[in-house]
Design a protein around this ligand. Structure first.
Ligand code: ZN
Length: 442
């Protein structure tokens, strides 16, 4: 339990330097009048943590796997508790829930019509995202690359068009590469990076469809395509917007019919071939949510300290056993509820924190930090530029063999990595209030 006291103590000093009431202005330099954090930290009790955890990690919550009914119960439990504590939701629309749209990627469905000939996905061509559109010509753009002093797009307007590009890069008569001017290949020949780089460039030029001939990579993509088609274990991802053009890899067979001279042709131009792309997404949507509440700061309400933990766990295994996840991360989750309660009590008695405190319960951690990624990359509810710190809590409920018999420790990770001040502060507050053993092993 002391592990948690430590965090609370640190935050009180980090965030609260005054007991003034809201609205009071002062021109005097801030004096360090610090509320006694212990007065609020004592509201965090083993009994209350246990009560929360015995519900949160109970079988009823079915291991809280992302997108599953058990996780919906977990989300609801957190929301209900913040409501009961009267800690406001973070979102402007008054909801505690930040919807995090996820999906299981599946191979798409559909075909390509070239004139009267129908080409089949998985046999004649490969793609992993939807593509649609009717085109009365194909614009051939050679290698489809652009680098210092060289561009296949020069003089071409491909906006809204269907383009055809190929792998490789231009070579001088003496055998050196045009882009490097030496015998060294550029990134445009990189087997793994070149396709994505080409697609990105084509999108930036406004192309609506991208046909790609890359015989060296085709087999590799085919293997992945077949795996994805057969597998029911595709990895959950954040839902991608489908507005952008996708890369369509053409087989030898298909390119022979459409543009047999591709290998030896360098000159860009129009290929008089009508084509219709009819490829639809087959991805399986999964709904999930982050739960986010906030206590507004007094002195710097537009600066934010985020306290986070993950609300999900790994669910039910093949044999039907429930992984309850009491430690991972039920412990961090219920600690946050108790910390939030302590801050709320402090705020209600005139000890509002200096900065705003954001209580961020993230989803999809076990699936690859998806809820965190969504918050930072897609929808930071509070600007990241105004977010001064994120203190994350994970697995503080169990004693590891190294610390057998000692409850009075916590692993502290990264405290001095981005900010030396944070490290000094936590050391100082720890020695003043909690006297925990801070283990920096990790
Ligand atoms: Zn965890």
């Amino acid at each position: 339990m002391k592990n948690i006291l430590f965090i609370v103590s640190a935050l009180f000093v980090a965030c609260n330097s005054s007991q003034k009431t809201v609205g009071e202005q002062t021109s005097v330099a801030q004096t360090e009048v610090i509320a006694d954090p212990q007065a609020f930290a004592v509201t965090i009790t083993e009994k209350e943590l246990k009560e929360h955890l015995y519900i949160y990690a109970s079988n009823e919550f079915e291991g809280r796997e992302t997108g599953k009914p058990g996780q919906k119960k977990a989300v609801d439990y957190l929301k209900t508790n913040y409501e009961a504590m009267e800690i406001p939701p973070a979102k402007e629309d008054g909801s505690y829930l930040q919807k995090v749209p996820l999906e299981f990627p599946k191979v798409p469905m559909g075909s390509i019509m070239a004139g009267e000939t129908e080409y089949e996905l998985g046999t004649d061509f490969l793609t992993f995202a939807p593509s649609a559109g009717n085109f009365d010509e194909i614009i051939y753009v050679g290698y489809g690359i652009e680098d210092k002093g060289y561009s296949d797009y020069q003089g071409l307007d491909v906006s809204g068009k269907l383009i055809l590009i190929k792998s490789g890069e231009p070579v001088n008569e003496d055998g050196t590469y045009v882009i490097s001017g030496s015998s060294k290949q550029s990134v445009w020949s990189s087997r793994s990076d070149a396709p994505g780089a080409r697609l990105q460039l084509a999108r930036s030029k406004g192309a609506k469809g991208v046909l790609y001939y890359d015989p060296d990579n085709y087999d590799r993509y085919k293997k992945y395509f077949d795996y994805l088609k057969e597998s029911d274990k595709s990895k959950l991802e954040i839902k991608v917007e489908e507005e952008n053009a996708a890369l369509v890899l053409l087989s030898d067979n298909m390119i022979k019919n459409i543009f047999p001279a591709i290998k030896e042709t360098q000159t860009s131009g129009s290929i008089p071939q009508s084509m219709s792309l009819r490829i639809k997404s087959n991805n399986e949507p999964v709904s999930s949510e982050n739960v986010v509440a906030v206590i507004r700061g007094f002195e710097k309400p537009d600066e934010f300290v985020v306290i986070s933990s993950h609300l999900d766990h790994i669910g039910i295994n093949k044999n039907g056993d429930i992984n309850n996840g009491a430690d991972d991360d039920g412990s961090g989750t219920v600690a946050m509820l108790e910390i939030a309660e302590a801050f709320k009590q402090a705020a209600d008695t005139g000890n509002r924190p200096k900065r705003s405190i954001v209580f961020l319960h993230v989803t999809g951690e076990e699936k690859g930090l998806l809820g965190s990624k969504y918050y930072t990359d897609n929808d930071p509810i509070f600007p990241l530029s105004q977010t001064v710190a994120n203190l994350n809590i994970d697995m503080i409920g169990r004693i590891d063999p190294k610390h057998e018999g000692n409850r009075n420790y916590v692993y502290l990770i990264g405290s001095d990595k981005l900010s030396a001040e944070l490290h000094e502060l936590s050391e100082e507050i720890n020695s003043k209030y909690s006297q925990l053993e801070l283990d920096y092993t990790y």
